[in-house]
Every structure is written in structure tokens, then in C-alpha cells.
Design a protein around this ligand. Structure first.
Ligand code: GLN
Length: 451
């Protein structure tokens, strides 16, 4: 079928199912069909690896004329002013961006319950959350709205919703995919990251988006080179931190975790017990650093340069404070206040400085483990998708959902969430594998061997 015919059918499917799930916030039908026709008018070129492939992007990635609202009242009506590097790469490869996806406001959250567009529902059980903050992108992929979707992962926002929705989510090494055009939350942690329903699709999109970019000063040299074809499991060594599996893990998750481990042993994979002592500080370190960076990044929304402007204000200060009070939601305000406090004179060393020191230590501990092992194995999240409202009244409870995903962001290493339990009538479970910095291709190849 021609891309335009395929799209017409796809749009019918989306328009039937999306109203209940609320995953896509803006479906760009006209634009996408036009682009499909353009592609049809030319022959596919050799480098067009994603010729005609529909893709959905999270609402915090810049694409000209697409809404980039970050699910915030603050950015209501804001449209993309330029194309993010990932968009340029995808379109050069022939992909068609068909719309943008719901998310937690400014990517802060683990359940997609903090969005100006309303919650996103899990396709496996609409009474349950999709996971967050890239819940819309995750559901768009799981529900078949697009084979590949993009989210952003600052502390687990792609891997956790992937686990909740029964699909793959991959956070590349920090700097492997350009952040140019991604609305900043925690710049030293943020990474644009893909969702897919198969590892082959992840591999394909990484070939397109994972490369050096002069527009992002933290971009890594070189590019992603697939190793999917020549990979064997036999002899691989994987570390497991048993102490992490004790508290707070659902039986469901533990069972899936252990049964995959047993299975892999049959294929000649060796499991080794390891310890990474600094992991006990994961959440405190992350919430100091992420909030500090967020408070600084979000200072640009002042109602003048960017964002919602309050009416009837008395002076400049009043304009700032009213605009920000009206524009930001509760979770975002909480983070800005925490971050501003952590960075304030007299507290900087005690909080931010110390968090950076522990982060450093954690990176060293991981690096030394990877000198002897290929991968580290962990659950992605402590439970399957929970019901709406179960955790949203207590921020600390929600923060606990990231305890297994955050270490990869703090240390910059690649990590993938692999779905283990997907089927009619059961809630999906995800498990996670991590590799040393820069070993993205090896990790993807390993995951493909599990399929
Ligand atoms: N849930 C985490 C947070 O709220 C991670 C968010 C993310 O990865 N964008 O900060």
C-alpha cells in the first residue's frame, strides 16, 4: 500500500480508540497526508530507512507548527518554532510525524496524571495509569497508533511507561541522541528516547536518530552501529543486586524477573550477585539535581519571553508571580520550590554540591562493575500499572516508582525496559537491562536475542 492509503486507515483506528485513551493530543492529519503524497511523488532513496513510517512525538519536542505545550497551561497555544535534530533525522529518513502525544506537565511525573490535557489511560486496563511522564507516547505505540514513538527519559519516563504498557522503551547513553529541540527539564539527565513494539524497530530508529550533532554541546562523537545480527547469549555475564529485590516489589514483578533469569541461564548466561552501595541514595540525589536544574530551566517562563501572561497585574514582579502561579501546575511548582531552595546561598554545598558528589561516586561504582560484567539486570518498576489516584495524592509515593530507572540517568548509561508479560487479561510487567556507557548497540543486540 501507498503511505497515504495506509495513513487513512491508521487515522480511522486512532480516531476510534484515542478518545478513550487520550494518548495523542494533536493528530496532524492534513500535514501527514501531504507529506505522504510528497514521498509518493518521489522514489524512496537508499538512505530512507523509515520511508512512510508514521511516528508520534512527545509534546516537548520541537517540530515546526506542531503544538509544543508540554501539557502545561503555561505553554498553551505555543507552536514549534524550529525542528529538533531528531525530527530532521527522522524526516530525512522518510518518516512521517503524524502527531504529538500527551505527557506529564514538563515531563514531571510517573503516571501521566499531571497533564493539562487530562490523564492517559492504559490500553490493557483503562482504569489504570499509562505510566509517565511519556504516557501518551507509550500508549500511542502500544495501541498501534505508530510503530515507533518518541518520549524523553530524565529519570525513567520512557522505561517505566513502556513497562506499564507492555512494550520496549530504550534510554540511550547520555549524549547519544541529540537534545537539540527538546524542552529542557533536567539538562544533565534528559535524553530523547524511543518506544517500539519490537527490538528491530528500536534498532532501526536508533540508526536514524543516534548520531553526533554540532547543535548539542553534550552530543557524543560517532553514531549508533547496530550489532543485532551477530549476537549470542552464551557466556554473557549479568550482575544482579539482590538487596534491591527485597522491599516493595510486587510478587508479580518478582516472579517475572526470576523466571527470565532462569530461562537465560539455560542459554548459557551467567548471573553474578553484585552490590552498588551508593544506590541507597538514588532518590535523594535525583530529586535534588533534577529539581535544581528544573528550577533554573523553567525560569524562562516569565510571561514575557515565554509562556502564559497574567492579566491586570500591577508591576513587573506581580506580572512574573501571577503568570507563573496561574501557568504552572502543582507538581511543577513543588519542583521549582525544592530546586530553588537547594540552590540558594548557604545551602548550595549542603544539597546540590553533595548530590553531585554522590552522583560521581555512583558513576564510578557502575563503571567498576562493568569492567567485569556485560550487563546489570533490575526490574523496571516495583509494580505493574496502578489505578488512577492510588499515588497521586502523595508525591513521595509517586517518586518511589523511579528508584530502578533513575540510576541510568544519574550515571549516563544506556538502559532498556523489556516487556515480559503481555497477553489478554494480564497486566504487563517490564524488566530492565543496563550496559556501560556507549554500549548501546550491544544492549540492543542482547535484547533482540531475548525476543
Ligand atoms: N518520574 C520522574 C520525575 O518525575 C522522571 C521523569 C522523567 O523521566 N521525565 O522526575
Amino acid at each position: 500500500r501507498k503511505p497515504s492509503q495506509y495513513l487513512e486507515q491508521l487515522f480511522e483506528h486512532i480516531e476510534r480508540i484515542n478518545p478513550e485513551l487520550n494518548a495523542i493530543t494533536s493528530l496532524q492529519k492534513e500535514y501527514a497526508l501531504l507529506r505522504a503524497k510528497e514521498l509518493e511523488a518521489k522514489k524512496p532513496e537508499a538512505h530512507q530507512m523509515l520511508y512512510g513510517v508514521p511516528i508520534v512525538i512527545k509534546e516537548n519536542i520541537q517540530k515546526v507548527d506542531f503544538p509544543v505545550e508540554c501539557a502545561s497551561k503555561m505553554l498553551k497555544g505555543y507552536r514549534g518554532q524550529f525542528n529538533a535534530t531528531v525530527i530532521e533525522s527522522l524526516e530525512n529518513a522518510g518518516a512521517i510525524i503524524i502527531g504529538s502525544a500527551n505527557m506529564d506537565e514538563f515531563a514531571m511525573g510517573s503516571a501521566n496524571e499531571h497533564s493539562s490535557h487530562g490523564v492517559v489511560r492504559n490500553p490493557h486496563d483503562p482504569k489504570r495509569v499509562s505510566g509517565g511522564s511519556s504516557g501518551g507516547s507509550s500508549v500511542a505505540c502500544a495501541a498501534g497508533f505508530a510503530p515507533i514513538t518518541l518520549g524523553s527519559d530524565t529519570g525513567g519516563s520512557v522505561r517505566e511507561p513502556a513497562a506499564f504498557c507492555g512494550i520496549y522503551g530504550f534510554k540511550p547513553t547520555y549524549g547519544r541522541v541529540s537534545r537539540y529541540g527538546l524542552v529542557a527539564f533536567g539538562s544533565s539527565l534528559d535524553q530523547i528516547s524511543p518506544f517500539a513494539r519490537s527490538v528491530e524497530d528500536l534498532d532501526l530508529v536508533l540508526k536514524v536518530i543516534a548520531h553526533e550533532d554540532p547543535l548539542d554541546s553534550t552530543s557524543l562523537r560517532g553514531c549508533y552501529e547496530s550489532q543485532i545480527e551477530k549476537y549470542t547469549l552464551k557466556g554473557k555475564k549479568i550482575g544482579v543486586i539482590r538487596s534491591l529485590l527485597k522491599a516493595g516489589l510486587d510478587d508479580n514483578v518478582l516472579q517475572e524477573f526470576q523466571s527470565l533469569e532462569e530461562n537465560l541461564k539455560k542459554y548459557g548466561v551467567e548471573f553474578v550477585d553484585i552490590e552498588i552501595p551508593s544506590l541507597e541514595h538514588t532518590l535523594s540525589v535525583y530529586y535534588v539535581i533534577a529539581c535544581a536544574e528544573a528550577s533554573s530551566n523553567l525560569s524562562r517562563y516569565d510571561g514575557i519571553r515565554f509562556g502564559h501572561r497574567a492579566e491586570g497585574t500591577e508591576d513587573l514582579n506581580d506580572l512574573y508571580s501571577k503568570s507563573r502561579s496561574e501557568g504552572f501546575g502543582a507538581e511543577v511548582k513543588r519542583r521549582i520550590m525544592l530546586g530553588t531552595f537547594a540552590l540558594s546561598a548557604g545551602y548550595y554545598d549542603a544539597f546540590y554540591g553533595r548530590a553531585l558528589a554522590v552522583r560521581d561516586m555512583m558513576a564510578k561504582e557502575f563503571a567498576s562493575v562493568f569492567e567485569k560484567l556485560d550487563f546489570i539486570y533490575m526490574p523496571t518498576a516495583p509494580t505493574s500499572a496502578f489505578k488512577f489516584g492510588e499515588n497521586s495524592h502523595d508525591p513521595l509515593k509517586e517518586y518511589l516508582y523511579d528508584v530502578f530507572t533513575i540510576p541510568a540517568n544519574l550515571t549516563g548509561i544506556p538502559a532498556i525496559s523489556v516487556p515480559t508479560k503481555v497477553g489478554m487479561g494480564c497486566l504487563p510487567v517490564g524488566v530492565q537491562f543496563m550496559a556501560a556507557k556507549g554500549r548501546d548497540a550491544e544492549l540492543i543486540a542482547f535484547a533482540s536475542a531475548l525476543e
